[in-house]
Design a binder for this molecule. Structure first.
Ligand code: CA
Length: 228
């Protein structure tokens, strides 16, 4: 399920740019035109992250940030037209998690939001990021894999593939879905790449890679990770 972002910004064109930028990254976005409406939406909708403009009518962004922090540790990315170092420091000490200067690029905003969300998941719910399939444990945030407690070295793609299979453990992951999720849908990829990576994973995870007990083939469909 995609994360919900609350954008608090009074200028409509900027608000629309934020919505477009974040929706194109796959986030759900709700908006507020001022701090009061933003605080109401924070209570009502419980967003995963807030993009907060510094220059807001009535209650300024810094004060909104302080008010949010009285009740919530939701990650905040501050948006500001000012670039003075003082404001950055003040914003961060008042509880914002990151800061981005206007005019911003859609791609930059998306990247900041993603990075802040990743950090906050790590801090607040580390255990959710530990996937266990039998004696195989995958720590998504640390990108660490252990088999019966022993650390297994994987390449980044091998890790992504194993993580995807682990999130679907006990169910067949269809080839097309795996290619789309692990390699990306817009990239040309030889479908055999998947089989090659599966073979490499089996060499690292199976006692006998030719008779896999964890990483099974669902003939004509895809692959399935199970408890050995
Ligand atoms: Ca503004």
């Amino acid at each position: 399920m995609s994360e919900l972002i609350l954008a608090i910004e009074d200028e409509e064109p900027v608000r629309e740019a934020i919505v477009a930028a974040l929706e194109s990254c796959g986030y759900q976005v709700i908006t507020a035109a001022d701090g009061e409406e933003g605080l109401e939406l924070l209570r009502a909708e419980d967003p995963d992250l807030i993009v907060l403009d510094l220059m807001l009518p009535r209650i300024g962004g810094m004060d909104v940030c302080s008010l949010i922090r009285e009740h919530s540790d939701v990650p905040i990315v501050m948006l500001t037209g000012l670039s003075a170092e003082d404001d950055r420091v003040e914003g961060l000490t008042r509880g914002a998690d990151d800061y981005i200067t206007k005019p911003f690029r859609a791609r930059e905003l998306g990247a900041r939001v993603r990075a802040v969300l990743r950090r906050s998941t790590h801090w607040s719910s580390e255990e959710r990021e530990l996937l266990e399939v039998g004696d195989l444990s995958i720590h998504a945030e640390a990108r660490e894999v252990r088999l019966a407690g022993r650390l297994i070295e994987l390449t980044p793609k091998e890790f992504d593939l194993l993580e995807y299979l682990a999130r679907n453990a006990g169910h067949v992951a269809e080839r097309e879905r795996i290619l789309e999720r692990v390699w990306g849908e817009d990239e040309y990829i030889d479908p055999r790449t998947l089989d090659v990576h599966i073979r490499w994973l089996r060499e690292k995870l199976e006692e006998d890679p030719s008779k896999p007990r964890r990483l099974l083939t669902a003939r004509g469909r895809g692959y399935m990770l199970v408890e050995a």
